[in-house]
Design a binder for this molecule. Structure first.
Ligand SMILES: Cc1cc2nc3c(=O)[nH]c(=O)nc-3n(C[C@H](O)[C@H](O)[C@H](O)COP(=O)(O)OP(=O)(O)OC[C@H]3O[C@@H](n4cnc5c(N)ncnc54)[C@H](O)[C@@H]3O)c2cc1C
Length: 446
């Protein structure tokens, strides 16, 4: 992929107001939102996706790739009519969440009745969600080209006739499209971001997320999401139905490779160990923690003693194990003249807080609203004032979330006693002080 100044005008196949580069969950949702917004639906919009269109079948076995969607995402999907397709297929509400430390007794729990009076999150398979979005997208006046690998960008330049400036997108088959506004929804390795020349702050976590579909030993209501912080990284079980959960087990590369190679029964043993095993404990941390618990009890606050036992895993769905590299990424600019970034193209986070795609859907909501406001006020699609407002608004939300998730990751991959003590007291106090807990939930859902 490279940027050039040599794409010839005569090769332009079609001109659009907006081109969305990348049809993952975020790009498709954006195209759908543009098509459904009454102020924007008259614009000519093109969505380009490098992969061929996947036929979707609702199999009895769940897909191993799922996301935890927050209430804001549900509202967005409702407004686009997408949520009803998800509900008609399948989703699992999360009504309780328990997060605990393997190196101490520290625990935090969230319950929908306690903080929200609504479900905390919904677990939905990625391909099911994408299919639901595509069902609505197909009812819109948006052109979609699949199997369309973008080879080259030429960002905003004036055409020979002196018309409005436009960006050019060259496909690997030689087709060229022109647009006033180019939106990069092309994921963490975004070529649009590279063409913008935006600085990108990124690092790898030296971890992979091992995923699998789990069959549980006992049938229950199963509306709890579990996450245990091990010294090697967090292991999380997300509920799918009464007897199945989805695994996201973040661990170092060599352990992930080892886990992928294990026979199914040994993998299940290793996973049950990860959920249940007693890890080496520091007696001074335990003493301080019981002192803090006693203090919380004396002042009438919850001391974290009410802990639920995690489920036992019976076996895994055949061939459902896979691993994905985990990393952090922050683009210092989300916009340039005639260009904007959304989703993982702009920001990437560790999955431990289930925030990644929710941040991307937040971008979609704000970008669509601001674009509609701009047109309503008579501004150009590429006017810098709305573009900059978009960048500022989203970075104010996304950057603190990314930093908080990164800090959590760092705090929990250390097993030195003073650090364990610090984080354990912090977690216990956060669990005890309702307003702090509510603040965390409220930030995670907006
Ligand atoms: C193990 C794991 C668990 C996760 N769990 C959660 C969770 O619980 N909750 C949550 O919110 N997030 C979660 N995430 C994060 C979430 O999966 C990502 O944030 C999300 O997939 C990003 O979507 P996107 O559309 O921005 O990018 P992508 O999914 O990367 O989509 C980019 C699209 O652009 C296309 N593309 C790229 N380059 C080109 C090109 N040159 N030409 C044409 N097309 C191109 C690609 O084909 C792709 O379809 C998790 C991530 C991992 C790894």
């Amino acid at each position: 992929m490279h940027v050039s100044n040599t794409i010839e005008d005569e090769k332009i196949k079609a001109k659009y107001d907006i081109i969305v580069a990348g049809g993952g969950m975020v790009g498709c949702t954006l195209a759908c939102a543009l098509g459904k917004n009454p102020l924007l639906s008259k614009l000519k919009v093109l969505l380009l996706e490098g992969n061929t269109k996947q036929e979707f079948h609702l199999n009895t076995e769940y897909s191993n790739r799922v996301v935890a969607l927050n209430q804001n995402t549900k509202s967005l999907m409702n407004s686009l009519n997408v949520w009803r397709h998800v509900e008609n297929a399948r989703l699992q509400p999360v009504r309780y969440m328990q997060v605990w430390d393997a190196c101490s007794d520290a625990l935090i729990s969230f319950s929908s009745s306690e903080v929200f009076d609504d479900d905390l999150a919904y677990i939905v398979e990625n391909d099911l969600l994408l299919n639901a979005i595509n069902q609505e997208l197909s009812t819109n006046n948006v052109d979609v080209v699949y199997g369309a690998k973008i080879a080259e960008y030429q960002l905003l330049r004036r055409d020979n006739s002196g018309n409005d400036p436009e960006s050019l997108v060259k496909m690997s088959n030689g087709d060229v499209y022109a647009c006033k506004l180019l939106i990069g929804a092309d994921g963490a390795n975004s070529a649009v971001r590279q063409a913008m020349g935006a600085q990108y702050l990124s690092w790898n976590y030296d971890q992979k997320g091992v995923v699998a579909t789990l069959h549980l030993a006992e049938e229950t209501e199963n509306t709890t999401a579990w996450q245990r912080f091990l010294p090697t990284g967090p292991v999380a079980l997300l509920p799918l139905d009464s007897k199945r959960s989805s695994l996201v087990w973040s661990t170092n590369h060599s352990h992930a490779t080892h886990l992928l190679k294990l026979p199914d029964e040994q993998f299940v043993d290793a996973l049950n160990d990860a959920l249940w095993k007693q890890y080496p404990r520091s007696s001074s941390v335990d003493t301080c923690m019981s002192w803090v618990s006693g203090l919380l009890r004396r002042v009438g606050l919850p001391d974290g003693a009410v802990r639920q036992l995690p489920p036992s895993v019976k076996n895994i769905a055949p061939k459902s194990r896979a691993a994905f590299p985990l990393g952090f990424g922050h683009s210092t600019r989300y916009v340039a003249i005639g260009v904007a970034l959304v989703g993982d193209a702009a920001h990437r986070v560790h999955p431990l807080a289930g925030q990644g795609v929710n941040l991307g859907f937040g971008d979609v909501k704000d970008l669509t609203d601001m674009l509609a406001d701009a047109l309503y006020s008579g501004l150009e699609l590429t006017h810098h004032s709305w573009l900059e407002k978009y960048e500022t608004t989203r970075q104010r939300h996304n950057v603190p979330t990314q930093l908080a998730v990164d800090a959590l990751h760092r705090l929990y991959t250390v097993d030195l006693a003073p650090v364990v003590l610090l984080r354990s007291v912090g977690l216990q106090l956060t669990n005890a002080i309702q307003p702090v807990k509510k603040m965390i939930i409220s930030h995670a859902t907006t």
